[in-house]
Design a protein. Structure first.
Length: 233
């Protein structure tokens, strides 16, 4: 136990040595539900560089078992270390242990293992499990993975069906659903437009998806004008 505490103390000392109070204030402004007391203020590129170095040490394996963490940056470091794992099953096991403790959109959205690109069929099965979770950021992460890996040439309507079927009062889930459909409209417009025309989503999410689509540079003005006519008044 003393050795574990020593590792945690050293990591925190390293993180505080990299703090930037100006950045901390900026980051806190983007996460209104997170107490400033748990934000150190380490810029993401610096934290990623630290994670790359730390991942080579034996202590990294110990850190991945130290849940829950106290600080926002510790959670981000945890996510970046998961990205460094090379085995798909090992990554999923680590995510299953970690995601239920994630408490903000930034940490959730920042985890993107490269291994997923080569394991899409297996990833789909895991996404289905994540979508049924009662944890906000487990569900959000599942939607994000569908958005990142299963649009464009890899899109099938059944994937959009899974997202459209979600019903939640959680803001950060609804926002991700809107983001998913806005991105899907940009990449698979003809296949995804029927979901908007038939008003498959709840009112708030429907309008937010259209808003984000209209703000995108990836749709033509003609398509944007049509989407505006589909908004709930």
């Amino acid at each position: 136990m003393k050795e574990i505490n020593k590792i945690e103390e050293q990591i925190r000392a390293d993180l505080f040595s990299m703090r930037d109070d100006g950045y901390k204030n900026f980051q806190c402004s983007l996460m209104p539900g997170i107490s400033p007391d748990v934000v150190i203020g380490v810029r993401i590129p610096i934290l990623r560089k630290y994670a790359s170095s730390f991942a080579q040490r034996e202590e990294a394996k110990v850190f991945l078992k130290l849940l829950p963490h106290k600080y926002y940056e510790e959670n981000n470091l945890h996510g970046f270390l998961i990205e460094k794992l090379r085995n798909f099953d090992e990554i999923i096991e680590a995510l299953d242990a970690f995601l239920p403790y994630v408490d903000n959109w930034s940490t959730c959205d920042g985890i993107s293992p490269k291994v997923f690109k080569e394991n899409k069929k297996a990833l789909l099965s895991v996404i289905d499990i994540w979508l049924s979770s009662d944890k906000t950021y487990v569900v959000r992460y599942a939607i994000r993975m569908l958005m990142c890996h299963f649009l464009g040439k890899d899109f099938l309507p059944e994937y959009a069906d899974r997202v459209a079927a979600l019903r939640s009062d959680e803001y950060y889930i609804k926002m991700m659903v809107a983001w998913y459909f806005a991105t899907a409209l940009a990449k698979n417009y003809d296949e995804v437009l029927p979901y908007i025309e038939s008003r498959t989503l709840d009112t708030w999410t429907h309008n937010k998806a259209i808003q984000k689509s209209v703000e995108s540079y990836r749709l033509t003005d003609e398509k944007k004008l049509y989407l505006k006519t589909l908004k709930y008044k």
